[in-house]
Design a protein around this ligand. Structure first.
Ligand SMILES: C/C=C/C(=O)SCCNC(=O)CCNC(=O)[C@H](O)C(C)(C)COP(=O)(O)OP(=O)(O)OC[C@H]1O[C@@H](n2cnc3c(N)ncnc32)[C@H](O)[C@@H]1OP(=O)(O)O
Length: 260
């Protein structure tokens, strides 16, 4: 059984973390497996949408605490290992955001610490009722500074700060109100609802979704005037495609588009 299973159907790549005995903790091996899939997906022209889920009773419980304790046995107390670990984790998170395809987290059970960071990093998320979200590193004396980057950019500042400093969990309904997840569904409908969202996006003109995803994050870094100038250029490029001409013609002629 692979640590990270991949199943491709209908232009949707489903990545399934499969280390339930450690609640899919982000071990060195799990980070490497995620990075390998990110590298492959970045070059994959057939995949339109990615789903990320976890096996067992939790989506992901953050960094692997057993490996972290082992890492500190090195002569330098683990300094080099930890620096490398957080750099590798950051590369995975930034890689997910930089993927051309939208990534949807399919979340159940618990998503905590770097696991909650994964949810915040994904472009969209669907959660099962009963899922709990936290950044509870502070409970073990480890402030979740790197998860803070994604969390503070995705939910209101004061609520992010409270989660980081109290280590307390947020229930699924509140996660939806905060915008950490798009929707909360019955546990037995989690797979089908996530798949339906993925299929809706996969049915759009993939090239448009892909330049749109890149522009979504790039423009967020810019002052207002630059953001309008930049997104205007993106739209000009998009308008010049034959498939966009076809999409507009199809609308005007009241027929489905026939994209290349
Ligand atoms: C900058 C970012 C930093 C980080 O990400 S640091 C990691 C921070 N993460 C945590 O502090 C979470 C630690 N885990 C927990 O607090 C609890 O778990 C949960 C609340 C998530 C779930 O509790 P429950 O449902 O009671 O499960 P269970 O019996 O504690 O866990 C099942 C098995 O999974 C192992 N496990 C859980 N989390 C981790 C982890 N993060 N790294 C490695 N192993 C983990 C346990 O030890 C245990 O294993 P066994 O059955 O052998 O006793």
């Amino acid at each position: 059984m692979d640590l990270l299973e991949r199943n491709d159907t209908g232009g949707i790549a489903h990545l399934h973390m499969n280390a339930p005995e450690r609640l899919n903790a982000l071990s060195d091996e799990m980070l490497a497996a995620l990075q390998a899939q990110i590298d492959a997906l970045a070059e994959d022209r057939d995949t339109r949408v990615v789903i990320l889920s976890g096996a067992g009773k939790a989506f992901c419980a953050g960094h692997d605490l057993k490996q972290m304790q082992a890492g500190r046995q090195a002569e330098d107390g683990g300094k080099a290992y930890f620096a490398d670990l957080f750099a590798r984790c950051a590369r995975v998170m930034m890689g997910l955001q930089a993927l051309p395809q939208p990534v949807i987290a399919q979340v159940h059970g618990i998503a905590t610490a770097a696991g909650c960071q994964l949810v915040a990093t994904c472009d969209m998320a669907v959660a099962a009722q009963g899922t709990r979200f936290g950044v509870n590193g502070v409970n073990i004396g480890l402030f979740c500074s790197t998860p803070m980057v994604a969390l503070s950019r995705n939910i209101p500042r004061k609520r992010a700060f409270e989660m980081l400093t109290t280590g307390s969990f947020v229930e699924a309904d509140e996660a939806e109100r905060l915008g950490l997840v798009n929707r909360v569904v019955a546990p037995d409908a989690l797979g089908s609802e996530t798949r339906a969202l993925a299929e809706t996006v996969a049915a759009k003109l993939s090239a448009a979704v892909k330049i749109g995803k890149r522009a979504f994050y790039d423009q967020a870094q810019m002052p207002l005037d630059q953001a309008y100038a930049f997104t205007g250029e993106v739209m000009v490029e998009n308008m010049l495609w034959r498939d966009t001409e076809e999409g507009i013609s199809a609308f005007l002629e009241k027929r489905p588009p026939d994209w290349s």
